[in-house]
Design a protein around this ligand. Structure first.
Ligand code: LMR
Length: 327
């Protein structure tokens, strides 16, 4: 009997031996945009790098187009451990921190170069820790581009927006921005925007050329004003619990792969900004409106009070630091 027990134990041990190697760590990366976008391409690049360098140790699965979780759910899903990586727009972190609302202030950053300057500064880098107390850790920032205003009627001056319904992301700053021009902001998930525009449930929305192109908003919007009035970028996040639970060597490699994937995504962002705009112009489906300096100044003036309105939440120091990056 004793022999039998030992024999069974031995065979279990022998069988388990080769299998004893740990299963690969799974990283589910959920996002809402199309694959052919800066974020979509960054996610694919990250997967490719991890597959090459951490084969058998880490497995990445990417879920684009809000297949797995939409805008308002993905951060909760991260905290619950249902996904391990996400890169929501900075405007979608309001529940977790007020400081990232900085990026929603209209006409704050002149261009992507200015955003880059700010993100490279100490104040900018520190913002990766803004959500840490809530259990989310920022691993990097990624660009999409400057936002444009698409609509069913031409937007040249702020008065043109009065009474119009514009879809926005879940940010009170963005709501205030549209209220400042007497429009009606509608907080809606990204995945619903096309249908809302198509059915005329809303009149317009703000987004980058790459999102307007890849989600075909230009096919259901007659006009796009090249306003460059705000910045759309992302924070790549994971949960503190998942991140701290990774073995040190794996964590270092994953961060390295992410850094490289983000650098790649940023290059894609610059390219798409020009290419996707051109594709929209070439399609002839939307008329692209360029503002004169005078018209633009009117939008700036109308929306500028939003800065003061949110100065207390965001912090004047941060706003001043961001302004310096425009030099
Ligand atoms: C939006 O909701 O308009 C964007 O945040 C989508 C995205 O992730 O680029």
């Amino acid at each position: 009997m004793r022999f039998l027990v030992s024999a069974v134990a031995l065979s279990v041990f022998l069988l388990a031996g080769p299998l004893a190697q740990a299963d690969p760590i799974k990283i589910k990366f959920s996002h809402v945009v199309a694959v052919n976008t800066p974020k979509g391409q960054m996610a694919e690049k990250f997967k490719e790098l991890v597959d090459q360098r951490l084969a058998g140790k880490v497995e990445v699965e990417v879920f684009p187009n809000a297949q797995l979780f939409g805008d308002n759910k993905v951060l909760e899903a991260l905290l619950l451990g249902d996904v391990q990586l996400a890169a929501p727009a900075l405007s979608k972190f309001q529940k977790y921190t007020k400081s990232l609302q900085l990026y929603d202030l209209p006409f704050l950053f002149k261009n992507i170069k200015a955003v880059d300057n700010f993100m490279a500064s100490d104040a900018g880098k520190n913002m990766l820790t803004a959500t840490q107390k809530k259990g989310l850790v920022g691993l990097g920032f990624l660009h999409n581009g400057m936002k444009q205003l698409s609509s069913s009627s031409p937007m040249r001056v702020p008065e043109d927006a009065a009474g119009m319904k514009f879809r926005i992301m879940t940010s009170d700053v963005l709501a205030a921005q549209f209220q400042a021009v007497k429009a009606s902001p509608q907080k809606k998930p990204f995945s619903e925007v096309f249908t809302l525009l198509q059915t005329k449930a809303i009149d317009g929305q703000e987004n980058t050329w790459s999102n307007i192109f890849s989600k075909k908003f230009f096919e259901v919007q007659e006009y796009i004003t090249e306003s460059d009035h705000g910045y759309l970028g992302y924070m790549v996040v994971t949960s503190t619990e998942f991140w701290n639970g990774l073995p040190d060597d794996i964590r270092t490699e994953v961060q390295k792969a992410l850094d490289e994937a983000i650098a790649f995504g940023n290059k894609v962002a610059l390219e798409k900004d020009t290419e996707d705009k051109q594709a929209i112009v070439d399609s002839g489906r939307s008329k692209v409106i360029e503002l004169t300096a005078d018209e633009r100044a009117k939008w700036v003036e109308a929306m500028k009070p939003v800065w003061k309105q949110f100065e207390g939440d965001i912090g004047k120091d941060l706003i001043d630091a961001a302004l310096k990056s425009n030099m």
